[in-house]
Design a protein around this ligand. Sequence first.
Ligand code: PHE
Length: 316
Amino acid sequence: APLSGPVPPFGVSTRDGALLAVAEWNAKGGVGGAKIVPIVEDSQCTPDPAVNAANKVIDQDKVKFIIGEVCSSASIPISEIANAKKVIQISPTSTNTLVTVNADGSTKPYIFRACFIDPFQGLVGANFAIGKGAKTAFIMSDQSNDYVKGLAEAFEAAFVAGGGKIVGKENYTGTDTDFSAILSKVADAKPDMIYLPDYYNVVNLAAKQAKEKGITAPFVGADGWDSADLDKAAAAGGYFTNHYSPEDPRPEVVNFLKAYGEAYKDDSGNAQVPDALAALGYDATDLLLQAISEAGSDDPAKVKDALAAINFNGVS
Ligand code: PHE
C-alpha cells in the first residue's frame, strides 16, 4: 500500500481496512487453524518501489498472498511478478483492466481484484453526465498514469456513444502543479462538464485553479477523488463515481462501519468513517481468507480456484 509518495491517505485507509479483517479472522481462530500474520510494505503508488516491495515480501518473507497495490500503475508491475511466481495478488482498488488481464486479452490466473473495472466506471460517469444534461465535455488526463489514461478513454468512448461531444482533450503529467494553460483552453471551449479522472491531489490543484479562472462547468471524476484530503471547497459542484457509500443501509456496511469506528479513532477520539479504500481493503482481505478457508489449503494453486468460484457478500 502507498504509505508515502503522492497519495499516502490511500495506503493508510487500505492498510487499516485490511488489518481490521485480519483481526476479525484471528479473533475467530484464524484461517484453517492458523493465525494470520500480516506484513505491511510501502509501495508508494509508484512502479519501482512497488516492484521492490513485491520482491521483498515474496523472496524474503515468503508470502503466498498479496493484498495490493492501490494504484493501477503500481499493481500492474506487481501482477507480472506475482503471477510468474504463483503468488496470489488481490488488488483491492486498482481498476485498470491490465491488472488482471494481459495486453492480448488472456487472464493472469493468480491475479484478482475486489473492485469494478474502468470501462464500467467510465461508462457510469458518462451516463451520469448525460443524465445531468451534459452535451459537451472536456477531458483532462495524465497519459503517463495507467489509471487516468484508461479511464479517460473509457469515458470518451461512452460519452460519444451516448450522443455527447468531446470539445477538447488536454494532457498534463502527474508532477504538474500549474494547469492554467489547459484551463484557458477549457474556458474557450465552454464545455458543459470537465472529466478529470485523477487522484484527489491533482483534483485539488486543478479544480481550485478552475474556480479562480471563473470556470463554472462542473468537474466529474472517479474513485481517485475519494479521500478525506479532497479539497471540498475546490471540488464543490463536482461529482465522482465510487465503490461504496457509508450511508448504504445494508447490514454488511452497517457492521463494517461499527467495527471500523471502534478500531480506529481520529485525533479527537471520534470514530473514523471508513472511505472506499478502507472498505475495499477489508473486502479484498475477507475474499482472500474466505477463499483459503473454502480451499481447505493455503496452496495458492488451490486458493486461486476457490477465488475464481467464490460467492461473496462484500461491503463494497
Ligand atoms: N482505482 C484507482 C486506480 O486504479 C485507485 C483508487 C481506488 C483510488 C479507490 C482511490 C479510491 O489507480
